[in-house]
Design a binder for this molecule. Structure first.
Ligand code: AMP
Ligand code: ZN
Length: 485
């Protein structure tokens, strides 16, 4: 690959030049949702961030295998080893089968991401569909001496692992600190030590989701599914693993420990973590009630915003911050994003109409190179957006005849503007294409209005203007002629 792509690797804390394990190919794994409730906008931010990563890798020519799982068992309410399974709990509360819960929220997840124009992953495995692989992995971990059985459950021996591998290397935690922060076992626990985590849990009779295993009837631990499924579809070691920052510890730390002990190699070359979407300055989260659903935003039916927003505007809003930075969700920020979005869409239509001359008054290649430079710098979408607006300025100048563009440069700019906006940022152009269809109709209507005005037929011309206004189309008369929006 010709591109020098740099990725911030959470494991080393540095930006590193990206070199895939196999030339030309990228294995990408992203932790998917636990399907026990509707995805909120915060979840969507993470999935949109990695959609842009996937899109850019493809844009620069990689063949990418993108795997994103569906967690449909094993994720307990405390995000650790205690309490009810999140899905089973919801099933109990709603008096439904766990698989009805899984089905309903998986469909919701897919629908929402489709509205955001996310490309589906190449493989979307479920935890319940990979029980055998998970059992095999537990066996391997026990065989290597890093797992032990206790009362029908199997735990990972963190301190044993730490003798040969640094547990905590991803999250920057030290085992001594972790140990001093965990409460002493009261003798009731099946675990040998408080830091140990479940690979397999014994299931009581009333438990709804359970399977037979060499250790009795039970279910897999949450961290295990990602290790088993990434190994199955991407190999013992693969290129990129992503997820939200909140998954670094314990989830991803445990994935490293499981993969390393079962497969003898650290599973991931580049770890990427997206930062949180906040609302009122706090992490958007379903459990605290501090969340907003995408549908509430698209319909305008919510307490936060005064109007509805198109999914593409919301997607564009997400591009205003780098994926590793916080992004605060406010009405003002969304309105500002909408303005920018409209300006960008207008520039794309203007670009189609530009006439080339002999020379360009600006170095268009340099302008376009900056698009690549932004994305090559750890997928810096906000810098890309700023660079796109530099191009918008130039497009508008050419349109105003205060700048010129050559034929070749016009072709290059058209290709890369569309490429980066549509293919990389994933902005679908339905809005502008509906404008395109409307354009000839509007030409006709405005001609008729002009005729009426020439004939001093004010009743007809007002009728046309008011009718258009009612349809949301604003007509503006100026020295240059009549325009509409
Ligand atoms: P979950 O379904 O809870 O496992 O979360 C699915 C994904 O959404 C994970 O990658 C989380 O890190 C991510 N996530 C959860 N809350 C937020 C948030 N407020 N902002 C961004 N990502 C989030
Ligand atoms: Zn995971």
């Amino acid at each position: 690959m010709k591109q020098n792509l740099n990725i911030y690797n959470s494991l080393t804390g540095k930006k590193e030049e990206f070199t895939p394990l196999n030339d030309g190919f990228v294995g990408l794994y992203v932790c998917g949702p636990t399907v026990y409730s509707n995805v909120h906008l915060g979840n969507c931010r993470t999935f949109i961030s990695f959609d842009v990563v996937y899109r850019y890798l493809k844009y620069i020519g990689y063949k990418v295998r993108y795997v994103r799982n569906i967690t449909d068992v094993g994720h307990l309410v405390d995000d650790a080893d205690e309490g009810e399974d999140k899905i089973a709990k919801k099933a109990r509360l709603e008096q439904l089968e766990p698989m009805e819960i899984v089905q309903a929220y998986t469909i919701d997840f897919h629908n929402v991401l489709q509205k955001f124009n996310n490309i589906p992953p190449n493989i979307e495995p479920t935890a319940t569909g990979h029980i055998i692989e998970q059992i095999e992995m537990v066996k391997a971990i026990i065989e290597k001496g890093f797992g032990y059985e206790s009362n029908g459950s199997v735990y990972f021996d963190v301190e044993k692992y730490n003798e040969s591998h640094p547990y905590g290397e991803l999250s920057g935690r030290k085992i001594e600190d972790l140990l001093s922060n965990t409460r002493d076992l009261d003798g009731q626990s099946e675990k040998r030590a408080p830091l140990d985590f479940a690979l397999w849990k014994n299931a009581s009779d009333e438990h709804l989701m359970k399977w037979p295993s060499p250790w009795g009837i039970g279910f897999p631990g949450w961290h295990l599914e990602c290790s088993a499924m990434s190994t199955k579809y991407l190999g013992k070691q693969f290129d990129i693993h992503g997820g939200g920052m909140d998954l670094k510890f314990p989830h991803h730390e445990c994935e490293i420990a499981q993969g390393t002990s079962a497969n003898g190699t650290s599973p991931v070359k580049y770890w990427m973590h997206g930062n949180m979407l906040t609302l009122n300055g706090k992490k958007m989260s379903k459990s605290t009630g501090n969340s907003i659903l995408p549908e509430e935003l698209f319909s305008g039916d919510n307490d936060f915003m005064e109007k509805a927003f198109d999914p593409m505007v919301v997607r564009f809003f997400m591009m205003q911050a780098h994926y590793r930075s916080n992004l605060d969700f406010t009405s003002d920020a969304l309105l500002a994003a909408e303005k920018g979005f409209n300006k960008l869409m207008e520039a794309l239509s203007t670009l189609e109409k530009l006439k080339a001359t002999k020379d360009s008054s600006t170095d268009v290649t340099a302008l376009v190179n900056e698009f690549h430079n932004a994305m090559n710098d750890d997928f810096n979408a906000p810098t890309l957006v700023a660079n796109l607006f530099e191009a918008v300025k130039f497009i508008n100048s050419v349109n105003d005849n205060t700048a010129t563009i050559s034929k070749d440069d016009l072709a290059l700019l058209t290709k890369e503007m569309n490429g980066f906006i549509v293919d990389v940022l994933g902005i679908s152009l339905q809005i502008s294409s509906s404008d395109d269809k409307l354009a000839p109709v509007m030409d006709l209507v405005l001609d008729l209005r002009q005729e009426a005005r020439t004939n001093k037929d004010w009743t007809t011309s007002d009728k046309i203007r008011d009718g258009l206004a009612a349809a949301g189309i604003v007509v503006k008369d100026s020295k240059e002629g009549t325009s509409w929006k």
